[in-house]
Design a protein around this ligand. Structure first.
Ligand SMILES: *Cc1c(COP(=O)(O)O)cnc(C)c1O
Length: 364
C-alpha cells in the first residue's frame, strides 16, 4: 500500500505539540483542501484521528440535526455501515434500494427526494468497496442541489483518485476520507472537507465533543491553523505529508486514477483468464477494488487462499465485503500494473496450491 519513504517518515521523532510540527500539520490540511477543489475561506480540511468510520460519524453528527433524515442509496456494505452510524447517532437513515451492482441512477435519487420532503440530506458512498462499483457523485450532487437538499459523501476509498471538486458542489456539506486508501499513507487519521458557512450554521448539533467537526474548526479559528485540538497522530500526519509529495510527483489525482485503472484492467482481465468470476460486470467495474466470487469448488477456503498467496509475497484481505462469499483485491496503493500481473500469476498458483479445480463462482 505504501512506499518505503512513507513508512520511513513514521520513524521521525516528533512531539505532537512541538512548534516544528505545526507547519506540517497545517500544510497537510492545505494540500488536502487543494486536492478536493476547496476554496480557502469557503471550505476547510478538518482532521480527526481514527479510522474512516470515525470521520463519517463526525460528518453525520456535525451536519444533521438529531432526528434528521438522511437518504442513503444502498450501494453495499459501506452504505450499510453509514446506515448504522446514522441510526446509532440518533439520526434517521432512509435506506434507498438500488441495483447495487450498477451505478446509481440520479433520476431515482431525484424521485426519492421528491417523494419525501422530510429528507434533508443524501449520504453517498462514492466508491463502494463492498461491490467495486463507483457512483457518480457529480451527477447525484447536481440532483441534490436542484432539490435543495444537502449531501455527505463517503469518499474514503475514492479521495485522491476519483474526481472531487468541492468548489463546484455547494450542496456537499462534507466529503470524508482517510490517509490510508488512495492517498497511499498509513491508517490513523481521517479528514473531512467541509463548507465553513454550513459548519457555522450547524454548530452545536453533534452531541459528542470528540466527533464535533464544528468544534475542530472552532479550535482552528481560536488557536491558528497548526495547533491540534487533542493529541494528533503526529507520525501518521508526517507520513501523509511525504505520501502527498509522491502524489504530486506522480502528477496528482488524474495520473493516480490512470495508474489504478491500469491496475484494475490487469487484475480484472487476469481474473477472467484464470477462470474465476468477478462480482461486478466489466461495464460497471470501478478502478478501486475488484471483488471476486468464491470458486464453487469444495476445496475453496478464503484463509487458506490468503495464506497461500501470502507465502508467494502477495497479501489480500482475509475477509470479504460482498453479500455472497468471495475475495477482494485492491487496485490502489503503491503498485503498478506489473506488480498486479505478478499478483495474478501468484493467485493462479495459490488456487492450485489449495486444490481448487473448479474456479468459476457459484451462480447466484
Ligand atoms: C475503508 C472504507 C471506510 C472506512 O473504513 P475504516 O475501517 O473505518 O477505516 C469507509 N467507507 C469506505 C467506502 C471504505 O472503503
Amino acid at each position: 500500500m505504501t512506499r518505503p519513504e512513507v513508512r520511513a517518515a513514521l520513524g521521525v521523532d516528533i512531539a505532537p505539540w512541538d512548534f516544528d510540527f505545526r507547519d506540517v500539520y497545517a500544510g497537510v490540511r492545505d494540500r488536502l483542501l487543494r486536492i478536493a477543489g476547496g476554496v480557502p475561506g469557503e471550505h476547510a480540511a478538518l482532521p480527526l484521528p481514527g479510522c474512516g468510520h470515525f470521520i463519517t460519524e463526525a460528518a453525520i453528527r456535525s451536519f444533521i440535526p438529531p432526528g434528521g433524515r438522511l437518504l442513503i442509496p444502498m450501494t453495499g456494505s459501506y452504505s450499510d455501515r453509514m446506515i448504522r452510524l446514522t441510526r446509532e447517532a440518533g439520526r434517521e437513515p432512509v435506506a434507498m434500494p438500488i441495483t447495487a451492482m450498477e451505478t446509481i441512477s440520479p433520476d431515482a435519487v431525484a424521485a426519492a427526494l421528491e417523494q419525501d420532503q422530510s429528507i434533508t440530506h443524501v449520504g453517498l458512498v462514492q466508491s463502494e468497496t463492498g461491490s467495486g462499483v463507483v457512483h457518480d457523485a457529480d451527477a447525484i450532487g447536481a440532483v441534490v442541489r436542484v432539490h435543495g437538499r444537502r449531501m455527505i459523501v463517503d469518499a474514503v476509498s475514492a479521495f485522491g483518485a476519483l474526481p472531487m471538486d468541492m468548489s463546484a458542489h455547494p450542496e456537499i456539506d462534507a466529503a470524508v476520507f482517510t490517509a490510508n486508501k488512495c492517498l497511499e499513507a498509513l491508517p490513523g487519521i481521517g479528514y473531512a472537507i467541509v463548507r465553513i458557512d454550513r459548519l457555522e450554521q450547524c454548530s452545536g448539533l453533534a452531541g459528542s465533543w470528540s466527533f464535533d467537526l464544528a468544534d475542530i474548526y472552532a479550535q482552528v479559528v481560536r488557536s491558528g491553523d497548526g495547533r491540534p485540538r487533542f493529541t494528533p497522530p503526529a507520525q501518521i500526519v508526517n507520513a501523509l505529508n511525504t505520501a502527498l509529495d509522491f502524489f504530486d510527483l506522480e502528477g496528482g489525482r488524474v495520473a493516480r486514477l490512470t495508474r489504478y485503472t491500469a491496475n484494475m484492467r490487469t487484475l480484472y482481465d487476469g481474473m477472467i483468464r484464470l477462470g474465476v468470476t468477478p462480482y461486478v460486470r466489466p461495464e460497471h467495474q470501478g478502478p478501486i477494488i475488484v471483488n471476486v466470487r468464491a470458486p464453487a469448488d469444495p476445496a475453496w477456503n478464503l484463509q487458506r487462499f490468503v495464506d497461500a498467496l501470502k507465502s508467494r509475497g502477495v497479501l489480500i484481505s482475509n475477509f470479504y465485503s460482498t453479500p455472497t462469499p468471495g475475495f477482494r483485491v485492491g487496485c490502489i496503493g503503491a503498485i503498478s500494473p506489473t506488480d498486479m500481473a505478478g499478483a495474478v500469476a501468484a493467485m493462479d498458483q495459490a488456487l492450485n496450491d489449495i486444490g481448487v479445480n473448479n474456479r468459476a463462482g457459484e451462480t447466484q
